[in-house]
Write a protein that binds this ligand. Structure first.
Ligand code: CA
Ligand code: CA
Ligand code: CA
Length: 446
């Protein structure tokens, strides 16, 4: 049996899962793979694709009558999934229901380079656990055509109080029949960085099905006030891209106050930015207040660029809707949406695309305010892609140390590393600039 620090490799090819493989049935749930075994602090159990191979887990033959199907049920801690593909997860209940490709209940887990697609199930459904990283995952073509259809999100994060430190980075969600990312019922702050959402709320033939928000960043539905978290968490969405979703690109979903949106790009959504909030009673809908928005960009909303934003009661800096500028196709290197589904790079990171990249000479260049993140030129550009990206940077791994030698040097560096790490920054002549310790990631310098 795997223990902390071990790696279980899955060779490439198709794994046809059978109904007899169901590990556990409890209540209305059938859990196929029951992953309750934990690693230990800093020593994860790794369930990884064998290098450069693609294992595909096909659940299309698992269809137990009257059960919700959870393909991977993850209650263990300190687990790292990487490179697995999950498809064909079924729904067989005709009334309100849901199935899930992954359900997470453990803490300190990493979900990396996973692909959840062509199922009737939510990609990753996270309802317990803290300090999880969802890195470079894709959820697409997930549509429940058996029951009501509109309950399949690409990613859902709904952890109760204590489930803090959850981050989505470099993920994509498209053609999920409900929302791309959904945080309704999330009781701790969640961070989205460099994530994309497009064509959610539609079938692959663009038939409208569910809610269809790219980023549903909050809300508590009809939850009574006494059951709400205190304080109400305020999620951060930055450097994210939302395109052609059925409803809003970025949506507050009746959340109580607040929320942080920095350097996002919203294009051709029903509403590009819908900041609809509620008063503390969680009943009275009201225009968004206490919202922090910096350097956001929108273009070609189908019905409205910005809805439900109380500008005097929010903290707005250098957003396109308040600046004296014109956004048109000439501001971008490309408006070719087909680039959104380009293959990821070999390290799993998002593909380099020209779509929505700011063209040289555009009046969107350097029009942002310094939001505390790296930028090129005199200021951040508007939107999710900073122009003039440094090339020639390199990462050299030696033992447990990393040397960064971009030229010229960023004033701030985001270091992402699995587990705890120590860092020391020296200048070219060997003088100590900074040192410290961090877990998973750290912003250094600035
Ligand atoms: Ca949803
Ligand atoms: Ca322009
Ligand atoms: Ca700039």
């Amino acid at each position: 049996m795997a223990a902390g620090g071990d790696t279980v490799y899955f060779r490439g090819g198709k794994y046809q899962i059978a109904e007899s493989d169901i590990a556990l049935k409890t209540g209305i749930y059938a859990y196929v793979f029951n992953l309750g075994k934990s690693g230990t602090s800093g020593k994860r159990i790794h369930y990884w694709a064998y290098p450069s191979e693609k294992p595909v887990f096909d659940f299309s033959a698992v269809n137990p009558a009257n059960y919700r199907v959870v393909a991977f049920y993850v209650t263990g801690l300190w687990i790292h999934f990487k490179g697995l593909e999950v498809t064909g997860v079924q729904v067989n209940i005709l009334t309100h229901t849901q199935s899930e490709s992954f359900e997470n209940r453990g803490s300190n887990n990493i979900y990396e380079q996973l692909s959840m697609h062509d199922s009737q199930a939510i990609g990753i459904y996270c309802i317990r656990g803290s300090n999880k990283l969802f890195l470079n995952c894709d959820a697409y073509n997930n549509y429940d055509y058996t029951s009501e259809g509109g309950n399949v999100d690409g990613f859902g994060c709904h952890t109760p109080k204590g489930g803090s430190g959850n981050i989505f980075r470099g993920c994509r969600a498209w053609f999920n029949s409900d929302d791309g990312y959904d945080l309704i019922n999330e009781e701790e702050e969640v961070i989205f960085e460099n994530c994309w959402a497009f064509y959610n709320g539609y079938t692959t033939k663009f038939v409208g099905v569910g809610d269809g928000n790219g980023f549903k960043a909050g809300g508590y539905g009809a939850t009574p006030v006494a059951d709400l978290p205190n304080p109400i968490p305020q999620h951060t969405v930055r450097n994210c891209l939302s395109v052609g979703n059925k409803d809003a690109g970025f949506y507050r979903n009746h959340h109580i106050g607040g929320g942080i949106f920095i350097n996002n790009t919203s294009y051709k959504n029903g509403v590009n930015y819908n900041m609809l909030c509620r008063l503390n009673d969680n009943v009275t809908d009201i225009a968004g207040y206490g919202i922090t928005m910096k350097n956001n960009l929108g273009y070609k909303a189908r019905s409205s660029e910005v809805n439900n934003l109380d500008k005097p009661k929010s903290f707005l800096f250098n957003n396109y809707f308040d600046l004296n500028l014109t956004v048109n196709d000439a501001d971008f290197l490309s408006v070719d949406e087909t680039q959104l589904t380009a293959a990821r790079k070999t390290d799993g990171s998002l593909p380099d695309i020209t779509f929505m990249q700011i063209a040289p000479g555009s009046d969107l260049v350097d029009r942002g305010v310094n939001a505390g993140y790296p930028f090129q030129g005199k200021g951040p550009d508007l939107g999710c892609f900073e122009s003039g990206t440094i090339t020639g940077s390199e990462l050299l791994f030696s033992n447990s140390s990393i040397q960064l030698s971009p030229n010229p040097f960023y004033s701030t560096i985001l270091m992402t590393y699995e587990g705890e790490f120590a860092y020391t920054i020296l200048d070219l002549t060997g003088n100590l600039l900074e040192s410290g310790n961090a877990t998973n990631s750290a912003f250094i310098g600035g």
